[in-house]
Design a protein around this ligand. Structure first.
Ligand code: SF4
Length: 313
């Protein structure tokens, strides 16, 4: 893997753009969460596929799938970032989180399981939080059974599992995530087995588009508030979001969101994760920087506007 370019700023987030040995380009990210310094919390977001076959209508990573990354290709993203700060691989931060969420649906790649299984052989860290974010595609049942075993044996209390729902309207969900997926009932059944006392709640993520419904009665039918946490994030200003004229329900500067207050009344713990506005401009959130720059004519002032700096390696 060769780092070809990077963008961003050290005090929020840096996106690295790398070329794989046999061709193909991936991205990975390191970020801190101001006002917390790196000694308190450090978050890495790594790619698990080169491109993604799912082609969600809001994500620039879709539509250009080349291959699954190998165990070493996933580790090399982590190694690259870790060696910049902690060359001895002893990661001295109070919370060290790795999100398997940048480019690619992680359950399509069994190498993710191997990386999770071998993590402690490679790095020393006090409080490691692995985070897998998935659309729950049909056919990935084997991956999820193995993930459950790994979580139980290595990460019983600190594993973060997140399902990307985006809406409770099934038809709308199918339009936005155009592959066969687990039903809400199947997600709920698996999550009830996955959730362990003392562990983290399972997150249902909504990168919410203004016209996508989130109905409390649908949530209540399937998702027990004792087990599930609802997380609302802005729709990132990807080239596809701009092209599809999507409007994000979550926007910076708004104090209260009526929908979320209503869901709180139904007993749900909710989290609004707006992140740094600057982070959107850097392009460190989900979505693909490379693609958006390729299609730069479609980006807007809100989109990725940080300069990409070429790296000679
Ligand atoms: S949101 Fe995830 S599953 Fe959908 S296209 Fe992007 S990387 Fe793939």
């Amino acid at each position: 893997m060769k780092i070809r370019a990077k963008a961003g700023t050290e005090d929020i987030a840096t996106v690295y753009i790398a070329e794989l040995e046999n061709g193909g380009v991936i991205e990975f990210v390191e970020s801190i969460q101001p006002p917390l310094p790196l000694e308190k919390k450090w978050v890495l977001i790594v790619s698990t596929l080169c491109g993604c076959p799912v082609d969600c209508t809001f994500c620039d990573a879709g539509g250009s799938f080349r291959k699954k990354l190998s165990v070493e290709e996933i580790f090399s993203q982590i190694d690259y970032i870790v060696s910049g700060k902690f060359p001895d691989r002893k990661i001295r931060t109070e919370k060290f989180k790795i999100q398997f969420a940048r480019i690619g649906e992680p359950s399509f790649n069994p190498a993710v399981l191997e990386v999770l299984g071998k993590f402690y052989e490679r790095y020393e860290t006090e409080n490691f939080i692995p985070s897998v974010s998935t659309i729950a595609p049909k056919g990935a049942e084997n991956f999820f059974e193995k993930l459950l075993d790994i979580k139980n044996s290595l990460y019983p209390e600190n594993f973060q599992l997140q399902f990307s729902l985006h809406t409770t309207d099934r038809k709308r969900r199918d339009e936005m995530i155009p592959v066969k997926k687990w039903s809400f009932g199947e997600i709920a059944d698996y999550s009830e087995r996955f959730y362990g006392k003392g562990g983290k709640k399972i997150t249902l993520n909504f990168a919410l588009e203004e016209s996508s419904p989130v109905e409390a009665d649908v949530l209540e039918k399937y998702f027990n508030p004792e087990i599930f946490l609802l997380k609302f994030t802005p729709l990132n200003p990807t080239a596809k979001v701009i092209r599809n004229n999507y409007k994000s329900y979550i926007r910076p500067g708004i104090e209260k969101f009526g929908l979320i207050e209503k869901l709180n009344l139904h007993g749900y713990e909710t989290l609004v994760s707006i992140g740094e506005l600057e982070e959107n401009r850097i392009g460190s959130n989900c979505g693909q920087y490379i693609s958006s720059t390729r299609e730069s004519a479609e980006t807007s002032g809100e989109s990725y506007t940080y300069k990409i700096n070429k790296v000679n390696s």
